[in-house]
Structure formats: C-alpha cells, structure tokens
Design a binder for this molecule. Structure first.
Ligand code: MG
Length: 454
C-alpha cells in the first residue's frame, strides 16, 4: 500500500529534527556503537586510530648510470626504523640539477612531515617554489610522490595497485620497438618480436625521423656548422619512407599484428597530417606525437583529416597541458612521461580524466626511466580501466644487480611482484659504482643546419 501524505510528512519531520540536533549517529541508530564512541574522542591525526604517526626523516637522491643513462631514484627515510620508500626522478639530460633539487630543497621541505598525506605533500611541494612546472622540479617531485606511495603500500602491506583500486587485468600488455635501416629489416625485426609473443610493435626505420638510414653527408657538416654529435634528418626522405615501411611490414607480417609509429614531433604539422593520411590503409594502432607541444592547434586539422588513432603528451611537463586536448578529444592515447609530470598522483588524475572521454593510457617507458619508475607505470596500468598499452622494458643484468624486484616480461605482458609498495629495492653500494654524467646530445638538424624540434 502507498504511504499516506501525512505519514510521509511526519517521518520527514522526525528526520529533519534529528539532523537539526546534529546527531547523525542518532539518525543511523549508532549511539553506543564503537563508531559513535570513537567519534567522541578527538583523533589527533585524522583517520589514524590504529596506526602510529610516521614522519619523514630524510629525502635523498640515489644517482646511478650503469648503462650510461643517468637514473635517479629518491629515497624517503622515515622515523619508523627500516621503513623507507623509493620513487623515480630520472631526468637523464639534466640529472645533476635534479639531484640538487632533491638533496638541497626537497629534503629541507619534507623533513618532519607526515608520510601519509600524499595529496597535500604533492600540492604543497608543487607550489612551494612559487614558479613551478619545470621538468627538473617535476622530476624531483615525482621521486617524492612515488616514494610516498611506496611507503603507503608498505604500511598497508599491499602492492600499490591495490591502493589504486585493485587489478582491472591480469597483466600489462606491452609493445616492442622494431627498427632497421630498410623496410625489409624493419619487417624482419617485427617478425622476431611477434615470435616472442608481442601483439603490438612500434616500427621505426633508421631511428626517429629516419636519421640513421641516410648515407648522404649534410651541408652543415661540410660547412663545419653545429656540434660534433649533431645528427641529420632529411624530412622529405623520412616522410616518403614511412608509408613504404608500413606497406612492407603489412606484406611480410600480415594484418593481425598491431603497428605503432612515433613521428617524434620532427616534421612540419601539415606534413605530419599528410603522412598520417597516407598510412591509413595500413590501420596503425596509433601514431605517436605528430606535433611538437608548440603546435597543439594543428590537432583540429588533423582530426578533420584522418581517423587514425593518435598518442600524444610525451613532452608535456605540466598536468594542465592534458586538459583541453583531452576534453576536445584531440588524441586517443595518453603518452605521458610519468616522472615528467610529477609521479603517480598526477598520472592517476590524467588517467581518470581519460576514462570520461574513452582516452586510454600509453605511458612512456624508455631506458631513461628507472626500474622503480617502470614499476610505478605497471601498478597504474594494472589498476585503471582505460589502460591502452605500455612500452615494454627489458632490464640488463647489471641493472638487476642494483635494482631488485624489477617488473618482468612474459609473452608480451609486463608483471609486477606482489611485494607491498612498488616492489622494487635498490642496492646503494652497487649504485654508487656507476657515477652519472653531464653530457647531453639530442640535437637534430636539417641539411642547412637548422635545429629540428625537439
Ligand atoms: Mg615518443
């Protein structure tokens, strides 16, 4: 039978009275329950009814270059003996600057603070320099952020992916990187990775922008212009080579393997658009970084011209750079360098934003990310619904003597261990054997010597 209007009003009046008395416990019949009793006592540190307060004792950088790539890991030590966290702060090209930011600034900022309040720590560290969003400080912040998640996992006795919502999949599907100086060599490399179980393979002929496939000497070298390590890129040759490479790989390797390609922002926007149109028939899984971050407005033209899926964002170092392109659905895959935007906390925000627009993750996972960073990627990849693909990683034996508990690869999938936290540890004595360097060569030029971005 339907409740009468009078009965309805009377029960509503009762409810309103209880609310007006400020007694939510009374409303839910909890008076005398353990929850109500706990609410009577002021809890000095938020939720921590049962856990001791743990403070940060020190924050330091561990820098190592066992393979000639500068890796930086932040170690956060706490007031609880034996409890520490590790996070990736790797910025290969400006490693010493990041080490200084960690040891001289973050340490001072963090000592004595509560290890539990990651969100507050991230935001307060982010604005504490007033000017923010630089890659050096963001990498330092990433190391701190990931180390705090590592600590939280250890305190909760759970792997970090559990704290992010648990597993959405059994393992992390990865793509491999196939290369060669000719289309035939690229196809052969693709076959090799297919035989290893990879279902997704990125194809590059002659490296990014085809720089390694050219025999001819550029005019700037003959003129003695530029620096010794500068490489040459012939944009026209590159643009013509990509559709031919796709054609050959499809012919040799078939239609089932997913093919990816990275433009690496190195050509003019309209050239990139025309090239993407030219590879449409080979149905790429995605084309990566078609434009430099300075050319974002060209996405409108690209989206009107082609339906090839696009991955973007490797060079973004401000979390806000993702917002409008994602809201406008300008790309399909979030190609973020997690340590560049400040760690797990901002990466999760970008990933969650993507879920609303069906934009998936494709985190950048190159050699200049430490095993701690690769593990952080995999923990997020396991947890978020809108995971797309992850860049595969293989750790050398030398790296594995420094870092234990690294993610593992099997049949094209990456897995993490079930150790609480991020699951990776570092042997500081071994790490110290391989000092970092300050050399950075990333200059690519046209034949007349003009610098190509990036
Ligand atoms: Mg890239």
């Amino acid at each position: 039978m339907k409740k009468s209007e009078t009965e309805f009003s009377s029960s509503r009046r009762e409810t309103m009275k209880k609310l007006a008395l400020g007694s939510t416990a009374g409303l839910f019949g909890l008076l005398g329950s353990p929850i109500a009793n706990a609410q009577k006592k002021p809890i000095p540190n938020g939720y921590k009814a049962g856990m001791p307060v743990v403070k940060i004792k020190s924050v330091k950088a561990i820098a190592t270059a066992p393979e000639g790539i500068n890796l930086i890991v932040v170690k956060v030590e706490t007031t609880e003996p034996g409890l520490y966290g590790l996070g990736c702060a790797t910025f290969n090209q400006r490693a010493v600057a990041v080490v200084t930011a960690i040891n001289s600034y973050l340490n001072d900022f963090c000592v004595g603070k509560d290890v539990d309040n990651i969100e507050d720590m991230w935001n307060s560290a982010y604005v504490s320099s007033y000017w923010r969003n630089g890659p050096v400080l963001n990498n330092a912040l990433s190391g701190l952020d990931e180390a705090l998640w590592d600590i939280k996992g250890k305190r909760a006795n759970m792997p970090v992916y559990q704290l992010l919502g648990g597993k959405s999949r059994f393992a992390v599907d990865c793509y491999e990187h196939a290369s060669g100086n000719t289309p035939e060599a690229v196809a052969e490399s693709v076959q090799k990775y297919m035989a290893q179980g990879f279902r997704h393979i990125r194809i590059q002929q002659g490296g990014y922008g085809g720089t390694g496939a050219l025999a001819q000497k550029p005019d700037f070298k003959a003129a003695g212009f530029g620096y010794e390590g500068d490489t040459y890129m012939n944009e026209r040759a590159y643009l013509k080579s990509v559709p031919k490479m796709f054609e050959m790989v499809r012919k040799v390797c078939g239609d089932d393997v997913e093919l990816l390609h990275d433009v690496h922002e190195r050509v003019q926007p309209m050239d990139a658009i025309n090239m993407i149109k030219a590879v449409e028939d080979y149905h790429p899984y995605f084309i990566e970084d078609p434009f430099s971050p300075e050319n974002m407005e060209w996405f409108k033209q690209l989206r009107m011209s082609s339906s090839v899926p696009i991955a973007m964002g490797e060079l973004f170092n401000n979390i806000n750079e993702f917002k409008m392109p994602m809201v406008n659905q300008w790309f399909d895959y979030i190609r973020v360098h997690v340590s560049q935007i400040g760690g797990i906390t901002p990466a999760m925000k970008i990933a969650r934003l993507g879920e609303w627009f069906n934009i998936k993750t494709a985190f950048h996972g190159p050699g200049d990310v430490s095993p701690v960073g690769h593990s952080a990627h995999a923990h997020i990849d396991l947890a978020v619904w809108n995971f797309g693909i992850q860049e595969a990683v293989h750790f050398s034996d030398k790296l594995k003597t420094i870092f234990t508990g690294c993610p593992t690869m099997n049949n094209g999938y990456m897995s993490v261990n079930e150790v609480p936290g991020l699951g990776v540890d570092v042997n500081e004595k071994e790490a110290a054997k391989y000092p970092i360097g300050t050399k950075s060569n990333w200059q690519v030029r046209k034949s007349d010597g003009t610098i190509i971005r990036p």
